[in-house]
Design a protein around this ligand. Structure first.
Ligand SMILES: Cc1ncc(COP(=O)(O)O)c(C=O)c1O
Length: 388
């Protein structure tokens, strides 16, 4: 970050989410170019960040949206995503949500259970419409990531498992209001062994696609989901995720010219451009350790409390306002009345004082979208580098 940017940030009330829009645009442009070069279609996972500016830029690049609720679909359409570019996943789509999505004419329902297929057929019939469906497959693959963000194991609640495939084929074939379109997979999030793990997904998905085609269904749409990881340890060294490694691996999928490969990135699109900025309210000196207490809390960024997730913490004031002396070890905590409200333990920071401005890095995805009002605390608003 340049000193001039820091000086403008100093005048802001905290906590606040700061988005570096140059980095964001560079990231999206590279994603779009790489995907186009390999003939892969992208649907941005809206759940990861739904800021209007972020959404509108992604839509302007011709990418589609991956939504998981009726509200996300309505918002994506308002932000410029054509309904036919929207895919819709989620294990608990309600009748009301399904009906609105049918009427909106979305691109595909990624159906997660046999019951959902039956209900969707019924509701589409009542609307006098046909619904395009993909079956979300649970491929039973271990993505070797955090237990709360692995989604492709049979024990997870997501998708249709192999034991139900024959029933799924039977239901799809006998449902007059469903147009079978393809298969959908998503094995988990924050996957860092990119070429290895996604190659396992490709190999498994190829077999499953072959099996469904052997049953007389044409699989035109093959969606391999999201999951590309980012470098939380070194956001400056490695700000743009490995789109090349991911998309090249996805593109190895053996497919005919009439079959289109799709992906659904979320975290990799906006995580690195966002930081949660916060001021130090107190430095609490303890007998065994010192604790830096911030004005941002787990209600603004819950990932550390929920998953034990690591976010780098930088003391911007120490870097820009004074000579930084030797580093000291601190725990960095929020003000919420929960012991879990800690952003990091044993963090080495320059000596830190009340009033310092800190940046909790890599917070652009699954940050603001997961905030709550716990303790009646407010939201951290968004500011964008090009509007400062
Ligand atoms: C179905 C589906 N697609 C895409 C994503 C986006 O994943 P990521 O943010 O890891 O790219 C998720 C995340 O949970 C998901 O559940």
């Amino acid at each position: 970050m340049k000193k001039s940017v820091f000086e403008r940030l100093l005048s802001l009330e905290t906590p606040v989410y700061y988005y570096d829009m140059d980095l964001f645009r560079k990231t999206v442009d590279l994603l779009a170019e790489t995907a186009t070069a390999h003939g892969v279609k992208v649907h941005y996972a809206v759940k990861s960040n739904n800021e209007e500016r972020i959404m509108r830029y992604i839509a302007s690049k011709g990418l589609g949206a991956d939504c998981v609720s009726g509200n996300e679909i309505a918002w994506a359409v308002r932000c410029g995503f054509p309904p036919e570019s929207i895919v819709y996943a989620g294990v608990g789509k309600t009748d009301k949500e399904l009906t609105s999505a049918i009427l909106a004419g979305i691109g595909a329902f990624n159906c997660e259970s046999l019951e959902e297929l039956r209900i969707l057929d019924d509701l589409a019939g009542r609307c006098g419409r046909k619904a395009r469906v993909c079956l979300r497959i649970n491929p039973d693959i271990d993505a070797h990531t955090h237990q709360y963000i692995t989604t492709g194991l049979e024990e997870n609640k997501f998708g249709i498992s192999e034991y139900a495939f024959e029933d799924a084929v039977r239901i799809v074939k006998s449902s007059p209001n469903l147009i079978f379109t393809g298969l959908h997979f998503h094995i988990g999030s924050q996957i860092t062994s990119v070429r290895e793990i996604f190659a396992v997904e490709v190999a498994k998905a190829e077999k499953i696609v072959d099996w469904f085609e052997s049953q007389g269904l044409r699989v035109d749409h093959i969606d391999l989901g999201g999951g590309l990881g980012i470098d939380y340890d070194d956001p400056d060294g490695d700000p743009i995720p490995d789109f090349k490694g991911w998309i090249e691996t996805v593109a190895t999928f053996r497919h005919r010219p009439d079959q289109v490969l799709h992906i659904e990135p979320g975290r990799s699109v906006a995580a690195q451009c966002g930081s949660l900025l916060s001021r130090v309210v107190y430095v609490k000196e303890g007998r065994t350790k010192d604790i830096v207490i911030l004005d941002a809390g787990m209600n603004n960024l819950i990932r550390p409390a929920l998953y034990g997730a690591y976010h780098k913490v930088d003391n911007l004031s120490a870097g820009f306002l004074r000579e930084t002396g030797p580093e000291r070890e601190y725990d960095v905590a929020g003000p919420v009345c929960e012991s879990a409200d800690v952003f990091g333990t044993k963090r080495l920071l320059p000596e830190t004082f009340r009033g310092d401005l800190l940046a909790i890095r890599s917070a652009g995805a699954y940050g603001a979208v997961m905030s709550s009002h716990y303790n009646m605390r407010g939201d951290a608003p968004a500011v964008f580098s090009d509007e400062l």
